[in-house]
Design a binder for this molecule. Structure first.
Ligand code: 8IG
Length: 263
């Protein structure tokens, strides 16, 4: 039996060998709409997921499925292009394997990004929002056993303040992870709002829980790619998600670069 921790250590060893970088400092998970934001960083190494223990090729359009080691300022940064989603049915351990691998590779900080639906009508498609807290609506957890990890400050106040120095116009919001893959009904969006959500999506929360358990300092950023269901009267399409990301790429690239340099 290989434990989740052993598999993460094997993947971290493969990353060190394939990249020639023994220790990485920060990991970034690039969600829907965020991929182009990271294209400007000079690449040290590119590793397809298929060549790394415990990873598998990505299934979703707009998630390309590889890991890059890039240099930003004086830091070695792991860029995950594409993530395993809970709705793929590969289990929660597969969902958080990248996060555990980042910790095993030496990272002390993690940037989790996603594309999501927004409940605040002021957030037009293409608006980035800092995640300040979350609601786990998946009815599951990546943690097994008596791991009573404290979630009082999952999304680091320090890192949010740092992001705000890069872009003082950023708003903050509570992100709710639904299991997916279906989008919400309008009634579910109203429910999420009553529960305290500002953002609805299908990722990030399970990864943040595993990351917190692994001792990582976390920055969460959502790109609002669409108004949540029922807010506009329009139907939701994955196409608009991809378009919002393309349109926001240069702003997100500057934001990500500024944040990574300041970390
Ligand atoms: I991009 O409106 C994107 N991902 N659950 N709801 C949920 N996930 C999303 C949405 C959305 N938009």
């Amino acid at each position: 039996m290989t434990t989740a921790q052993e598999l993460a250590q094997q993947a971290a060893a493969a990353i060190a060998e394939q990249s020639g970088i023994a220790h990485h400092d920060v990991a970034v998970v690039l969600g829907s709409g965020w991929n182009a934001a990271a294209d400007a960083f000079p690449i040290t190494a590119e590793m397809p997921y298929e060549q790394l223990p415990g990873f598998s090729a990505s299934a979703v359009a707009g998630h390309s499925g590889n890991l890059r080691s890039v240099r930003v300022g004086d830091k070695n940064v792991l860029l995950y292009s594409g993530r395993t989603h809970y709705y793929e049915g590969r289990g929660v351990a597969a969902v958080v394997h990248g996060v555990r691998t980042a910790a095993a590779a030496g990272c002390s900080m993690l940037v989790l990004t996603n594309g999501c639906g927004g409940l605040n009508p002021e957030w037009a498609p293409g608006t980035p929002v800092l995640i300040c807290d979350h609601l786990n609506l998946t009815a599951t957890t990546p943690l097994v056993g008596a791991d009573f990890v404290d979630l009082t400050e999952v999304y680091s106040r320090r890192l949010r303040d740092l992001a705000l120095t890069v872009d003082p116009t950023l708003d903050e919001g509570v992100y709710a992870q639904f299991p997916g893959p279906q989008y919400e009904t309008p009634a579910e969006v109203r429910m999420a709002g009553i529960l305290g959500a500002d953002l609805v999506g299908m990722s990030t929360v399970l990864e943040a829980i595993a990351a917190k358990s692994a001792g990582l300092e976390i920055l969460g950023m959502s790109l609002v790619t669409n108004a949540a269901a029922g807010l506009t009267g329009e139907a939701l399409h994955h196409g608009e998600v991809l378009q919002a990301g393309k349109d926001a790429a240069s702003r997100l690239g500057g934001l990500l670069k500024g944040i990574l340099e300041a970390m």
